[in-house]
Design a binder for this molecule. Structure first.
Ligand SMILES: Cc1ncc(COP(=O)(O)O)c(C=O)c1O
Length: 386
């Protein structure tokens, strides 16, 4: 039986057109974009096109894109670059309890450098507490970083409201958004949010791994993390990953071209999956926001009485690939900090799996995966005598 890939929040299958383009760039357009001869200029042209394609998804005339090695690097560049640049104006940084580890660990590392770190609580759906945010924002605050869509439970954060609070507070802060899970999937409203910095990653939206970007509002200044060249406005020096960047550009273009109806199609796959699971008698509890409030592609379910790793391995044996917690944490046995932050009790924490869908999944796959999953749960429950 063909495997069913439902781990699209960990990474997505690259579009065939992206792979073809990347191979062509590797084979034919291998000139260094910094070289001044014709082949170098061809490389430069590829970068310019990709920058335009990626920038278009930020839907703003007021910013530009710096290419990085992915979402983790973009988050590090945004947070460390901004905090260090602004440290003379204030020392407080604010983030939320359900951020990706590339934001949380980065903020903790800034705290070790002497910044004051405030981690905002979230409610049972994963929504950041705006009252706490309002209380914490002050003249010392130089950075606010929030995730747009939670990679584990699909919560969509109220970024416009958060941005308005920041403006009202008159904090000398920059507003960073981790949009790695929403880029190419949901509209990004960087101007309505009042965002200054936005991170994205190619491999979450059918592009290649090892490529991402930081969108910067014009006029925003950052300290670079590394030195050594003029590339990417000296903010990310080093010879550019041309095949990866070209692939990222094309993936962004495809996402833009297909935008109409894509989110609805993916949401429908999620609904079909959950309905079938329930029809087949599997006792599944949705973690985080209700289906219609969450991002279209992410569904986090607990199966009380069954350990997540056990079901994950059984599913993997049946050719169905899902995740326990976020991909980055899944090799670590500790409970997910996101599920802890939304206050899940131990039984639900230990039995939580994330199913994440993409436009490359089909309804037939959603139905077949639900049937198999329900069957495996029945077998496991019989075996465990529960
Ligand atoms: C919300 C979020 N931010 C950042 C990252 C890191 O992105 P990358 O894998 O491109 O480093 C991920 C990856 O899972 C993510 O889900």
């Amino acid at each position: 039986m063909k495997p069913i890939y439902l781990d699209n929040s960990a990474t997505t299958r690259p579009h065939p057109e992206v792979i073809t383009l990347m191979s062509r760039v590797q084979e034919e357009n291998y000139g260094n974009p910094s070289s001044t001869h014709a082949m170098g200029m061809e490389g430069e042209k590829l970068l310019t096109l990709a920058r335009k394609q990626v920038n278009a998804l930020f839907r703003s005339e007021a910013g530009r894109v710096i290419f990085t090695s992915g979402g983790t690097e973009a988050n590090n560049l945004a947070l460390k670059g901004a905090a260090r640049r602004l440290k003379k104006r204030g020392r407080k940084i604010i983030t939320s309890a359900i951020e990706h580890s590339s934001v949380l660990d980065c903020c903790r590392s800034l705290a070790e450098e002497g910044f004051e770190l405030k981690i905002l609580p979230v409610d049972s759906k994963g929504q950041v507490d705006l009252q706490s945010l309002e209380k914490e924002l002050n003249r010392e605050t130089v950075l606010l970083s929030l995730i747009h869509v939670s990679n584990e439970i699909g919560t969509v954060q109220p970024l416009t409201e958060a941005g308005q609070l920041m403006k009202k507070s008159k904090a000398p802060a920059l507003f960073h958004i981790d949009a790695v899970q929403s880029f190419g999937k949901l509209p990004l409203e960087v101007d309505s949010w009042g965002a200054d910095l936005v991170s994205a990653s190619a491999h979450k939206t059918h592009g290649p791994k090892g490529t991402g970007c930081l969108w910067l509002r014009n006029g925003v200044m950052l300290d670079a993390l590394i030195q050594g060249g003029d590339q990417e406005e000296k903010l990310r020096p080093g010879t550019e990953n041309c095949p990866g960047i070209a692939g990222f550009g094309l993936a962004a273009q495809i996402a833009a071209d297909r935008s109409l109806g894509t989110a609805d199609k993916v949401r429908r796959l999620k609904e079909i999956f959950l309905l079938k699971l329930q029809e087949e008698g599997a006792a599944a509890i949705v973690n985080g926001p209700a289906l219609e409030e969450a991002a279209p592609h992410i569904l986090n379910l607990s199966f009380p009485g069954i350990k997540a790793e056990v079901l994950l391995n059984a599913l993997s044996g049946a050719g169905i690939y899902v995740s326990a917690g976020s991909a980055c944490h899944s090799r670590h046995p500790e409970p997910s900090h996101v599920l802890e932050a939304i206050g899940l009790e131990r039984m639900r924490l230990e039995s939580a799996l994330r199913f994440s869908f993409s436009i490359l999944n089909t309804e037939e796959e959603a139905l077949r995966a639900a049937e198999s999953c329900a069957g495996l749960i029945k077998n496991l429950k019989n075996f465990l005598g529960s």
